[in-house]
Design a protein around this ligand. Structure first.
Ligand code: GLN
Ligand code: ZN
Length: 719
């Protein structure tokens, strides 16, 4: 039997982002392969020692990655597209691109802020055991005296997350290759058995989306029936298993991992006598667990191992590093190591026969606004805005940020360190705003922005200015590869105590006759990129943030701002994994946005910006946002998005400059993209703008590209 406590996975970037630094040094050739390997080995050893010191019963292995665990799985199975095989380092080429070869596509890992590389599987893609990473990690742990349970992405999830290789026949799906994949997994299991491994964890989070149920049944019937294998734990997480639970329970596997935090309790009889690896400690937030309630839940099941709801990949390492946090808040928090301690404490109490107590009833979902806040109908608003703004046809604008110079970052650091005082910092910001305004005037942009020089990040900046948020010093979590974010923590009621952006917008407007857009982040995005409190429903948290944004919108409008952009790039990120719940989410998310923006009068033009190249899933919601102008990514998608936005009845700015690349498009190329837009959208509603903010570009690139945008727009104006 499994020892009574375990976790499904652990952070890997390093408590001080050691892996990030080593990776970037290795990629740049500043660190040798051997030295890089040593950093990885040290991090893995530290992890096992740490978990053992915390008295965790069973330690996972193969939770480390040099970039991404889905990519690791592809390499393990030899599912490497031919075009990468000749690269000096195919792994790095797939992850980051090399010699003119773009990397694999990257996308969100379920509803988290982690991103994985999408494997390409075709009819002939090899699927065979070719790598030995899990085996190497198991041996490495053994050498340190630890027996471990290797964790590998399961075959159904691996194939569901893959896309058909280019040129695959119509109707082909990677899941058609399940039997080939299973041969490889059977070999892997045999190899691990030969190492003396007792348990293997196969992760099948894709099953919580409701897909792959029949395939999971087939896969685990087959793997379960093997004789030469370790015991199998099939782990699900991020939601409930639904129909996949009876399917798995009917197979020959030994244990099932359930996310009891998000998925809720199940009937113990439904487990078919399998060991339950009970995810009662949340891996998706930073809150302490209600141990009594968890114990109560655990004691319902006859054969149970206490665990986390998912890997701890999505939480920071250790609360002890956060010495600056308010002690009252600290009391309520748990990062990865504190969560491990909770798992162990629960297993101890369970072993002593404690039963816990039923949780007190949760606060019922408050009766959130049932009516949509609305402004006058679009045609009326548009007419009053046209008079008020007097813009030319095909107005040129940008998405908000201008390049963030090293000087600005240094100034922010100096301010934080106390070596630069507030007035000194503010003078620098004002000088930067003035520079950006003059530049835009010189380039002939029609609707200006202040450039966001005062913002480190579009969410963190607002978090630092709102009540109810805390920010951390070392609370990094991996977003992808070497990239980490430090999500703010929403720990209490969110309130705005004073205007946040009005000062800078007003200053920028004072410098110019042309309209300057106010620039805010929308309520869904602020919440999606934060750790969220769990004691009230998510929609209520979003509602509170919407209220704060609404006050800011009102104050901007009162200060004379005629155009206010409220960005909502993360609208899709909170979308529930199961389709049947998506409509409800979109309804309240859209309502929150409208509430936030409807404090502006009808003559104030509301813009929104979204950045995905696949809008099909949310086109209706975009429409529901009811913004006067929507700017959206499309330069990279080759106009694909335009078809989806056909018939969109308000202002639209499909990006005509791909800011994700250092390349500067010529005026002709921009013009071609613009012509494609003009075929679908009437000229009086078309805006001319880049794909996204200009923060990551350089000034020479931006100046050249914007010059070409202005040229292309002017050539097409009907005057
Ligand atoms: N206004 C933001 C910027 O320009 C928008 C960023 C985003 O869409 N992610 O930086
Ligand atoms: Zn964007």
């Amino acid at each position: 039997m499994l020892t009574h406590s375990t976790i499904l996975g652990y952070p890997r970037i390093g408590p001080r982002r050691e892996l990030k630094r080593a990776l970037e040094a290795y990629w740049d050739g500043r660190l040798s392969r051997d030295d890089f390997d040593r950093v990885g080995a040290d991090l893995r050893a530290d992890t096992w020692r740490r978990l053992a010191a915390l008295r965790l019963g069973e330690l996972p292995a193969n939770t480390f990655s040099e970039y991404d665990h889905v990519l690791d799985t592809a390499v393990l199975l030899d599912a490497v597209p031919d075009r990468y095989r000749a690269a000096a380092d195919p792994y790095v080429a797939m992850a980051r691109g090399a010699d003119g070869l773009p990397p694999l596509r990257m996308t969100k890992w379920f509803d988290t802020n982690y991103h994985y590389l999408v494997p390409e599987i075709g009819v002939d893609t090899p699927l065979r055991l070719a790598g030995d990473k899990p085996i190497r990690e198991v041996r490495e742990a053994q050498a340190l005296g630890f027996d471990t349970r290797p964790v590998v992405v399961g075959p159904v999830t691996f194939l569901l997350l893959s896309e058909p290789a280019p040129g695959s026949p119509a109707g082909f799906s990677p899941l058609d290759r399940l039997d080939d994949a299973l041969d490889a997994y059977a070999d892997l299991l045999a190899a691990l058995r030969a190492e003396g491994v007792e348990w293997v964890q196969l992760d099948e989070p894709a099953l919580v989306t409701g897909e792959g149920v029949a395939e999971a049944r087939r896969a685990y019937d087959r793997l379960g029936a093997l004789t030469d294998r370790p015991k199998l734990l099939v782990a699900s997480y991020y939601g409930e298993l639904g129909d996949a639970l009876p399917a798995l329970a009917a197979t020959g596997i030994e244990a099932i991992g359930l996310d009891l935090v998000r998925g809720g309790p199940v009937d113990p009889a439904a487990l078919g006598g399998k060991t339950l690896v009970a995810g009662v400690v949340s891996g998706r937030d930073v809150w302490r667990t209600d141990l009594d309630a968890a114990l109560h839940e655990l004691s319902r099941y006859p054969d149970v191992v206490v665990s986390t709801s998912c890997s701890l990949l999505h939480v920071p390492y250790d609360l002890d590093a956060e010495t600056d946090l308010d002690p009252a808040l600290r009391e309520r928090l748990a990062f990865a190591d504190q969560k491990v301690a909770e798992v162990v404490a629960l297993a101890d109490r369970l072993a002593r026969g404690e039963r816990g107590v039923a949780p007190t009833a949760r606060t019922a979902a408050s009766d959130a606004r049932s009516t949509l806040d609305s402004r006058a109908p679009y045609p009326e608003r548009a007419a009053s805005q046209a008079v008020h703004l007097g813009l030319p046809e095909l107005p040129v604008t940008t998405i908000g940020s201008f390049p963030q110079t090293g000087e600005l970052r240094a100034a922010r650091a100096a301010l934080a360190a106390g070596t630069l005082d507030v007035p000194g910092y503010e003078r620098l910001i004002e000088a930067e705003i003035e520079r950006v305004i003059r530049l835009q005037e010189r380039l002939g942009i029609d609707v200006l922005v202040h450039g966001e020089p005062e913002r480190n990040d579009m969410v963190q900046y607002f978090a630092e200015h709102l009540d109810g948020f805390a920010t951390t010093r070392f609370g990094w979590v991996q977003s992808y590869g070497s990239r980490c974010t430090r999500p703010p923590i929403i720990h209490g009621d969110v309130r705005r105590t004073a205007p946040i952006t009005v000062r800078w917008t007003r200053y920028a407007q004072s410098l110019t006759e042309r309209p300057v857009k106010g620039m805010l982040t929308g309520p869904v995005t602020i919440v999606a990129w934060s750790f969220v409190r769990r004691d009230i429903p998510l929609r209520d948290v979003v509602g509170q943030v919407a209220e704060a944004v609404r006050e800011e919108v009102r104050d901007l409008a009162v200060a004379g701002t005629s155009i206010i952009q409220v960005d909502e790039p993360a609208l899709r990120e909170l979308l529930p994994l199961r389709r049947e719940r998506q409509d409800e989410y979109l309804q309240w998310a859209v309502a929150a946005y409208r509430h936030a923006t409807s404090s502006a009068g009808d003559h104030t033009q509301i813009h929104t910006h979204l950045c995905y190249s696949n809008a099909s899933e949310v086109v209706e919601a975009i429409d529901g946002l009811d913004a006067d102008v929507t700017t959206i990514e499309s330069a990279r998608s080759g106009g694909r998005i335009l078809g989806q936005l056909d018939g969109f009845g308000r202002g639209l700015g499909p990006g005509v400059y791909d800011i994700h690349s250092p390349r500067v498009p010529g005026a002709e190329e921009v013009g071609d993209l613009l012509d494609a837009v003009l075929k679908v959208v009437p000229a009086e509603r078309v805006w001319v703008n880049p794909d996204c903010g200009l923060k990551t570009r350089t000034y020479p690139q931006v100046e050249a590209a914007l010059t070409n945008l202005v040229t292309a727009a002017r050539e097409r104006r009907a005057d």
